[in-house]
Write a protein that binds this ligand. Structure first.
Ligand code: ZN
Ligand code: ZN
Length: 113
């Protein structure tokens, strides 16, 4: 299990309504662009719900203002504006469609086989 060293803080931003992409769902987007298989549990450290949706987040306490997708349970996805602590093992996948599914050709990845 993740301990406090292997975690990061992210802020849940409500991007799901206005922001759409070519993938069936944002969870599929996450799987398609580096996420791989969804974790068994929601990556929030104390949560034991299943991750059912792809949530838009930003890194908290960071100069990185990019939007990312992570899998979250519906309960945590609904907590817009809240900062949650998640396992660092979960991949942050870019929500920028011009860098992912909006590209004309399939992008190449340098990380995450
Ligand atoms: Zn997509
Ligand atoms: Zn959760």
């Amino acid at each position: 299990m993740a301990n406090q060293r292997d975690c990061m803080k992210v802020t849940n931003i409500n991007g799901t309504i206005d922001n759409t992409c070519k993938c069936a769902t944002w969870l599929d987007h996450w799987k398609n662009f580096g996420g791989g298989s969804p974790p068994i549990y929601c990556p929030e450290l104390s949560c034991t719900e299943r991750p059912e949706v792809g949530a838009h987040v930003q890194r908290a306490n960071s100069t990185d203002q990019q939007w990312y997708i992570i899998p979250l349970c519906k309960g945590h996805n609904a907590k817009t504006g809240q900062t949650i602590t998640i396992s660092e093992l979960v991949a942050l996948v870019s929500a920028n469609v011009s860098e992912t599914c909006g590209k004309p050709a399939k992008p190449l990845f340098t990380s995450e086989a």
